[in-house]
Ligand binder design. Structure first.
Ligand code: ADP
Ligand code: MG
Length: 263
């Protein structure tokens, strides 16, 4: 009796909570299959390691601040036949992150760019990478705010520790001059140090319109595209396709017309 109290006390101090919770059950199982002491110890430690890895992964996914969880399993490539499925699937292995390469999803709205970007981020989290998702507008707002509060350097340092930075929806809102410069700095710092995944509805020749400065845009594109995988998504909006399917089912009974093609 005394020995278990002492054991649990030590395990608590050593923060081996899974071993503490499970050592009795594992002992019973090991006794049943006549396992030796080493096997018992191994099984216990494996449990501790597994639980810790699981928790760390959950923490990484939480810290990534995905707006919603999307994985590639729920992505219907048949709905977007123009997307390079083989490339997306290859990128899921995360080698582009080791190689500090970037990924750009370019295409019109509703074609699954954000979905795929999150799926890449999620896969990276499960592989032990630090990931952070931002809407570009949000990031720029934060950068401007932090600069005003003299906290810019701190945020930049935090961003520098991220293995994969996802910048969603470049091009929907143009930036102020200061905003564009701060975004440029993030991209410059990431160059050859961290990987970026960017989603945008803008072809390259229109980036200057949101950045507002030709030289800055040129320099930014230069860094971004030095080592980049480009995935074009120029199909019909997925939601629109779904809406059309629904309306087709309904119009077979009644006449309802919905679902215009977006411009
Ligand atoms: P985009 O970022 O290109 O505007 P989203 O990724 O936000 O598009 O997609 C809009 C919605 O449609 C999301 O809920 C997304 O999960 C879903 N979606 C888009 N494309 C697909 C697809 N091919 N298969 C499954 N769901 C999709
Ligand atoms: Mg999007």
């Amino acid at each position: 009796m005394k020995s278990t109290i002492l054991l649990e006390h030590h395990l608590k101090n050593l923060k081996l909570s899974t071993i503490r919770n499970e050592y009795k059950d594992v002992a019973k199982r090991c006794a049943k299959d006549n396992s030796d002491y080493e096997t018992y110890l191994l099984r216990l430690i494996e449990r501790e390691v597994d639980v810790r890895q699981q928790r760390a992964m959950e923490r990484r996914i939480k810290d990534a601040r995905f707006p919603s969880i999307k994985t590639i399993d729920s992505f219907d490539f048949k709905a977007q036949p123009k997307i390079n499925e083989a490339l997306v699937k290859e990128l899921l292995n995360g080698e582009f992150i080791s190689a500090r390469e970037n990924v750009l999803f370019i295409g019109n709205s509703g074609t699954g760019k954000t979905h795929m970007a999150i799926a890449l981020g999620f896969a990276a989290c499960t592989a032990g990478r630090k990931v952070r998702f931002y809407s570009v507008t949000n990031l720029v707002t934060q950068l401007l705010e932090k600069r005003q509060e003299q906290q810019l350097e701190r945020l930049q340092k935090q961003l520098g520790k991220i293995d994969l930075l996802i910048l969603d929806e470049l091009g929907y809102v143009p930036f102020s001059k200061a905003g564009a410069e701060l975004l440029f700095e993030v991209i410059s710092r990431a160059y050859e140090r961290n990987s970026l995944v960017i989603t945008t509805n803008l072809p390259f020749n229109q980036w200057v319109e949101v950045m507002g400065n030709e030289r800055l845009t040129g320099a930014m594109l230069d860094r971004l595209t030095h080592r980049v995988h480009i995935i074009e998504a120029n199909g019909i909006s997925y939601r629109l396709q779904e809406a059309k399917k629904r309306s087709k089912r309904r119009t077979s009974k009644k006449t309802i017309v919905i679902g215009h093609k977006p411009t």
